[in-house]
Design a protein around this ligand. Structure first.
Ligand code: TYC
Length: 101
């Protein structure tokens, strides 16, 4: 009687791909009032007064500043809404979206 060989079952874990994150970037301009930029950052990105002020000043002095990272659709929606808030007031305020490295 031949021996029964039981093969161990090896289960390979399917890789769960982490969804890519996207940076929302605030771009400086010469026309949008500082206080308005801070208001939009607080309203759309839920930053505190302090965080919003720091992000605004960084964009103002360096040209751009990363506001936050989100899943693609959230980043795009927030960037569009924040840019539109400036447009509604006649300001050239701009938020762009970039994939994270
Ligand atoms: N540079 C603008 C000013 O001096 C303020 C500002 C800051 C505008 C950051 C846009 O992303 C910005 N009124």
């Amino acid at each position: 009687m031949p021996e029964t060989v039981i093969k161990p079952r090896t289960k390979t874990q399917p890789k769960t791909e982490r969804p890519k994150l996207y940076k929302v970037i605030l771009v400086n301009d010469d026309f949008t009032p500082r206080e308005f930029v801070v208001t939009v950052l607080k309203g759309e990105f839920k930053l505190s007064e302090d965080q919003a002020h720091r992000v605004m000043i960084t964009a103002h002095t360096r040209g751009v500043c990363v506001v936050a990272v989100f899943a693609k659709d959230v980043a795009e929606t927030k960037a569009t809404r924040a840019t539109d808030a400036g447009k509604a007031k006649g300001y050239p305020l701009l938020f762009t979206v970039e994939p994270e490295e």
